[in-house]
Ligand binder design. Sequence first.
Ligand SMILES: Nc1nc2c(ncn2[C@@H]2O[C@H](COP(=O)(O)O[C@H]3[C@@H](O)[C@H](n4cnc5c(=O)[nH]c(N)nc54)O[C@@H]3COP(=O)(O)O)[C@@H](O)[C@H]2O)c(=O)[nH]1
Length: 730
Amino acid sequence: MLAELKKRIIDGQVHEVFSVPRILVVDDEPLLRDSLRDILLQNGYEASAARNGRDALVQIARQHFDAILLDLFMPDIHGTEVLDFIAKRGLDTPVIVVSGDDSVDSVINALRGGAQDFLRKPYQPDEMLKRVGNVIQRRRLELENRSVLQQMEQSEKWHRFLVNSSPDFIYTLDCEGRFTFVNDRVESLLGYKHDELLGQHYTAVVFDDDFNQAQYVFNERRTGKRASRYVELRLKCKECSRSNGAEGRILVVELNAIGMYEQPDNKFASRYLGTYGVAKDISERKKAEETIHYQAYHDLLTGLPNRVLFKDRLNLAIAQARRSSEMFAVMCLDMDHFKVVNDTLGHVVGDELLLAVTARLHGCLREGDTLARMGGDEFCLLLPQISGIEVVGSIAEKVTVALSKPFHIDHRELFATVSIGVSLYPADGETGDSLIKHADIALYHAKTCGRDNCQLFHMGMNVPLSNRLSLENDLRHALERNQLVAYYQPQVDLKRGHIVGFECLIRWQHPVRGLISPAEFIPLAEETGMITAIGKWMLDTACQQLKVWKTRELPPVRLAINISPRQMEQPDFVEHILNALHQHGLDQGMLEVEITENLIMKDVERTVEKLKQLSASGIKIAIDDFGTGYSSLNYLKKFPIHTIKIDQSFIADIERDGDTSIVTAIIAMAKGLHLNLIAEGVETENQLAFLRRMECDEIQGYLLSEPLTAQAATTMLIENITPLAMFAGR
Ligand SMILES: Nc1nc2c(ncn2[C@@H]2O[C@H](COP(=O)(O)O[C@H]3[C@@H](O)[C@H](n4cnc5c(=O)[nH]c(N)nc54)O[C@@H]3COP(=O)(O)O)[C@@H](O)[C@H]2O)c(=O)[nH]1
């Protein structure tokens, strides 16, 4: 069977086809032509005939032949022109020249013209068939070779493409450790061109500190599971390369390497050629791991060690101090009133202040000290190798001095003080937790001692803390057990000398501890949320008192109650006040609510809305402790405010150093805005005289009266004694 699976290349593509070889017989002599064609047909070929040279050109141009039997001497064109035509068309069809002219020249010309063989007329049919079979077989082998070659080239191209487009650095080394192949990735990863690295020793790219470890993986001879896997190494990028940004860079890679052998399947029986390796760039992963690690141990705002890292350092300090019998200190610092800054000026300003405080605290550290942020406004200092308590004192002093200057943040001048608690190793604890706990207790004491001071822990401090816990417990029962009492401090009109109102001030009649000041339990009530119920109690009590006085037809006075931030936040805050007044049949104008500047600034929009509702109902609104908070004067115009209460610290200044500047400014401002003005904490005749001169509207203070029980306040109203009368004309 001549029909066979043939690979034919058409338009550069290899096509596999089954076909019978097709032969073209070109001869002008009809007898010869026909006999030749018949022999071919009888022997299984497909044969066509061309009667002259031109006919041959037409047929060759039209279709493909597997071989051509070509006569040379034809009347129209010579056989060599047909050969020319075939050559010019780039056809690889084998041609056997069949000619009566067997001169050497003729043969040479034919072969030069591209003929594959020469057959002299007359020929033996067997000889002719053998020649035809040969050229067809040769051509088939050529086609097959070409196809295999093309496949290999294609496959090589693919492999090269895959290796070069790999995100990893792929290389081979010879037995001496010199690069014999590097893929394209080397340029973007290490900054080298191929040629620069080929022939170089691998140490050219290994980071010096990693040489030892590198020698095992770069000289890897093992294959299979025992070969080097996931070895982490640092490679250095080409140093002089400025254009690619790889200069001086270190690349962290994960390397896999195996030995290469002449026969990969049988390394024992074959020669070792070198090492093949793949290096994956894991710099980004390492960076991410480092970030996660950093975040786990540092405070993100300040960059300081966090609680976890501080405890770790503390444990190290304990181990070291134990070995060397040394003393060290733990200092807990808490910023005073930081919450006010955050609540009123916002977290951005709060964060700026924390950063500025951190910077100043840094300036107070010795080498080896650790400053950590434990959360919020709380910092901890670890002071190793303390020679004596006086060192702690001087560091605390340094901190206080460093923070004493104002901070300029967001065009504002802010002040920050800290309360400090200190514990010492080993006297105050031998574990990290006990040292932190005791420094915290000392800090709590510093807070209760008026803030902005430093307290060294001593065992006696444990008691008041437990007191605080029992105080909290007792406060929960204070309401139901009727232990809360309202006191009333008169507010007197300076011109007329009449009592125009009272400020309601709460007290706690504790069964064991006696009368407890609100300064001691109101912050606790705020912290625990109990202030909401206590505030409601105070409002009801004040309303009841007003009702009693109204029923007894005493001169009408207003009562002022203090409102805490948590009360204001209650959704039914306004409703509750209006209901209370309504229930007791009271005129709204008899009640004044006192709020602080800081409370206003906490949530301006919502607060202004609630205050507008109260004001629209006739309830008066007073700003307490005026001048001490962080606020904008803008709200004085925006808010429905009736009264300003000058903070007692400014009134005290009049007496202390004769500084009247702030009071003078506040009075002028209140008058300009037509606001009622009350001076708080008036204790001396001197202060009274000044306030009278400045035409302050009302005063309140110990000079006239301390806060009174309901009964004493009632007596004062009944007898119509005006405390001011005593000072009239002075
Ligand atoms: N949310 C609530 N807070 C309340 C309530 N009752 C009181 N408080 C707040 O507790 C703080 C302490 O109050 P208190 O110990 O009663 O002190 C007040 C006065 O007694 C004191 N005062 C008055 N005159 C003088 C004086 O001449 N000298 C002097 N040293 N102190 C004086 O001042 C306090 C009044 O403060 P203020 O409220 O700012 O007008 C205090 O902050 C109360 O607000 C309550 O029911 N709810």
